[in-house]
Design a protein around this ligand. Structure first.
Ligand SMILES: Nc1ncnc2c1ncn2[C@@H]1O[C@H](COP(=O)(O)OP(=O)(O)OP(=O)(O)O)[C@@H](O)[C@H]1O
Length: 648
């Protein structure tokens, strides 16, 4: 599982102003802007209709009600009814306008983010927790959709409604309008302070929600380990702590909202009270009449919701801004592994893979640390199978990630047929070079789809697809798939967890073989197989590898046997290259590595270390050499192991 960023180290909200931060949504909103504008227009018409009702009421009360003309009163009531109906229709229309475009924006943002995640380099995924990505993909984009559909439209419309309404209030009497506006000032001040506090809280809570999602993802992913070690309770208590932290942040958010609501409730009441007293005084002075005061209050009632909702809509906008920041944290990640500007193509690769003074260090390596790969010089001839051997942690897996550019070299270069791999289009490069990893990752899809994942050129259900599938399954000795409930069309569970480790590895190997690459990079792909199956797979691989260049990380002596030559990785460099027997003869470190591999293997299988056929073939001269080396090594830790081997 990748680590960080967690809520502790994600970047804070961007330094952009809120409008500028939200403006970044423009490319997604642009295609639907007219529908959103239609929604805003409908909402505005609804608001204007609502504002007209008090004016009509003023006319009815001031005219026919005073003079007692029933028919005119009825007519006036019908107008009010028609206006109310018109307002309802416009509100309905607003919903119709905004719903579809908002979901369209949500869809576009999700697919763009997903495709971004696919193209960002592995080093990005090393740094980001999957839960953080998940919560940004689901929660934050969902929130942006809701804000676009309702928050944005209502914010614009309510501000306009308040502006129009205030002008109308002044129409009755300047004092009444001034009272209404002056009492709104504390609300704006409060709103500003609230924005500052609430923005930070929102960011924190959304990051913590991401951490929580990571915990769920990790515990589901590692459920077997948790159960096996009886650590369910421990996981639960860790989860509850995180959930509690999130709850506290949510409580702080709720407290901030409740305090702004206090002012939002209080100030309109004060405005109403003061307006009422002033209104009565104005009537007594003959400045306004009762009908106008009634209409003023009817208008104030219409304006009350827009004024009250402004606080909520601002907090909603800040939530959306934070969500936008979190999504754009990913969009703004610089992708370092991209297609070249001037791509070179290799029509028919021969398959010569070369590392030329290749250097590599992980991003999080300390400045004082040496490069993990510190000048690798290695050439794999076309069609050659090269085993990569080294002590654990020596950088074998890291080296295998360089040819396909999962990571880029930090110095030197890797070439395919003399062309720097960075000069090839990525799709072409990964067509020429395929990989299988020790940790075989499968997807929740059918066996067929998993195995033919690298064959975008094939219809997986076509005859050709079937042939490629069968060949690959044969090589990987994966006939077990036929006994699955639906054979090759069985959907294997999430990450292939319904299969055994060995079965998963065989499918991953079949996937690499099916891609028919010119170069195959295998990171210990047979480690979970039993000895007999491994021998069968090796035999089949020998045929496949006949004209394929292969680099195989070997953790078992038996895997070394598959290779034409072996490269020994030591202290970040390739210190020896040769056949297994040559290296046994000439390299003390190689003998040490092989004997530790054998010891590991023996510990794993519970058997005593055995010398494999190839080693038996080491001639007397080699044995003599070994004896001498063993005695040379008498003081070293590996000597005892070597002695045993020589004596056998
Ligand atoms: N993504 C990563 N970020 C930072 N450091 C890493 C990363 N992956 C591996 N390392 C470090 O790089 C070093 C070499 O790891 P690597 O997996 O390449 O060795 P290896 O020779 O394949 O080991 P093993 O035989 O145990 O599989 C290790 O010290 C490891 O901690």
């Amino acid at each position: 599982m990748s680590s960080s960023p967690s809520s502790q180290n994600t970047s804070p909200s961007s330094t952009l102003s809120t409008p500028a931060a939200l403006w970044r949504l423009k490319p997604f909103v642009k295609p639907v802007i007219w529908r959103l504008a239609g929604g805003a227009a409908s909402a505005l018409i609804a608001a204007i209709i609502a504002l007209m009702i008090p004016i009509v009421l003023e006319q009815i009360i001031g005219g026919p009600v005073r003079s007692g003309e029933i028919s005119v009163i009825v007519f006036g009531a019908l107008i009010v009814f028609a206006l109310a109906l018109g307002e309802a229709v416009m509100v309905w229309l607003r919903r119709q306008f905004v719903l579809n475009p908002a979901t369209e924006v949500e869809y576009q943002m999700r697919t763009t983010l997903y495709s971004r995640l696919q193209t960002l380099p592995v080093s990005f995924h090393d740094r980001w927790q999957s839960g953080q990505l998940l919560s940004r993909m689901m929660q934050d984009i969902g929130l942006i959709r809701r804000w676009l559909a309702f928050g944005l439209v209502l914010l614009v419309v309510n501000i306009l409604t308040i502006a129009i309404g205030s002008v109308l209030l002044f129409r009755w009497h300047w004092l009444l309008g001034t009272i209404f506006l002056v009492t709104a000032i504390p609300l704006w001040v409060r709103g500003y302070l609230f924005e500052k506090r609430y923005g930070a809280l929102t960011r924190r809570s959304q990051d913590q929600a991401g951490d929580l999602a990571t915990s769920v993802e990790e515990s589901v992913h590692g459920i077997r380990v948790l159960k096996a070690f009886g650590r369910g309770k421990h996981a639960l208590s860790r989860f509850s702590r995180q959930a509690e932290t999130l709850r506290e942040t949510e409580m702080s958010k709720a407290r901030a909202i409740s305090s702004i609501w206090f002012w939002l409730d209080l100030m309109p009441q004060i405005a109403f009270g003061v307006s009422l007293m002033s209104g009565i005084w104005l009537i007594s002075q003959g400045a306004i009449d009762e009908a106008q005061l009634f209409a003023f209050f009817a208008m104030a009632v219409v304006l009350r919701w827009p004024i009250e909702s402004i606080g909520f809509l601002f907090s909603f906008m800040l939530d959306a801004r934070t969500a936008t920041d979190r999504v754009f944290d990913i969009f703004s990640e610089i992708n370092t592994i991209t297609d070249p500007e001037n791509p070179v193509h290799i029509e028919n690769p021969r398959g010569e893979l070369a590392f030329e003074a290749a250097h590599f260090r992980y991003q999080d390596a300390g400045a004082h640390e040496r490069d993990l790969l510190d000048g690798i010089d290695l050439v794999l001839r076309p069609g050659e199978t090269m085993a990569l051997v080294g002590l654990t942690g020596s950088g074998k897996t890291t080296l295998t990630t360089l040819p396909t550019r999962l990571y880029d070299v930090t110095g030197g270069r890797v070439t395919l047929d003399g062309v720097d791999v960075r000069d090839l289009p990525l799709a072409e490069l990964r067509q020429h070079i395929a990989m299988a990893f020790e940790d075989a990752t499968l997807f929740s899809a059918t066996v067929r789809e998993n195995v033919l994942l690298g064959r975008a050129d094939l219809d997986v259900h076509s005859e050709e697809g079937e042939r490629a599938l069968r060949e690959a399954l044969d090589v990987a000795q994966a006939a077990f798939v036929d006994s699955l409930p639906d054979g090759v069309d069985t959907v294997i569970g999430e990450e292939g967890l319904s299969l055994s480790g060995g079965q998963r590895q065989r499918l991953a190997l079949a996937r690499a073989v099916a891609a028919k690459p010119k170069v195959l990079v295998l990171d210990d792909p047979l480690s979970a197989l039993d000895v007999d199956t491994e021998a069968l797979v090796e035999e089949a691989l020998r045929h496949v590898l006949a004209d394929t260049t292969a680099m195989i990380v070997a953790h078992r002596p038996s895997t070394v046997a598959l290779a034409d030559r072996v490269a020994l990785l030591e202290a970040g460099r390739v210190t020896a290259v040769g056949t297994h027997s040559e290296l046994l003869k000439t390299s003390r470190h190689y003998r040490h590595v092989i004997s530790s591999l054998e010891a590991e293997e023996a510990a794993r299988t519970g058997s005593i270390p055995i010398i494999r056929d190839e080693e038996r073939e080491v001639d007397e001269e080699v044995r003599e050499g070994l004896r001498m080396s063993a005695s040379d090594d008498a003081s070293s830790g590996s000597a005892t192991e070597m002695d045993k081997e020589v004596q056998r």
